[in-house]
Design a protein around this ligand. Sequence first.
Ligand code: CA
Length: 221
Amino acid sequence: MPSILIVEDEPALVRGLKDAFASRGFDVLTAQDGATGLDLALSTNPDLILLDIMLPRVNGYEICRMVREQGLEMPILMLTAKGQEEDIILGLNLGADDYIGKPFRIAELVARVNAFLRRSKAKQAEVFRFGDFELNLAAHKLFRKDREVELTPREFRLLAYLVSRRGCALPRNNILNAVWGHSIVVTPRSIDRCVATLRAKIEPSYIQTIRDIGYRFEPEP
Ligand code: CA
């Protein structure tokens, strides 16, 4: 039974989420303030955390940071107010994986949670399959139906980065730092160009643009 920790201070929302996940077979823990949420996250190591940002006592950013500092790697999905791109990017930089804007449909949230849980199970593999494609991280090769797809080294690094964080919202700066490094002068346009050439070599829909934030690799579009 997967375990989920819900940290949210709106009582009605907590009740709704708790019922929704419990009725689908989840083991549900809830906290209505940040300090309790942080304690539960560290002491119970749940499979996934749903995390509100504005919380009494300890806010969601601090929880993200502390959880990652302790080396816990479960997916963290932020529950955010609409149109808060700066807050979303801050949360992603502190270790959250993705976000869902309030108000959201429960069915959509459950689907996202289930996708994350499936992926975190499969995350360690060196070979990753999506659609007709097979990305071999050890061999540095991409195949489509057993035929190799030629990628530049940069395109390969970008794809490997995206795939290893599939389903996660990835801010442009994080992608730049990981794929291009800190040492050379690049601009956000460099990412856009590399994404464009990579999209042309795979199905474009796998790499979703997230407006004002960055990109998300979605293996099950
Ligand atoms: Ca709140």
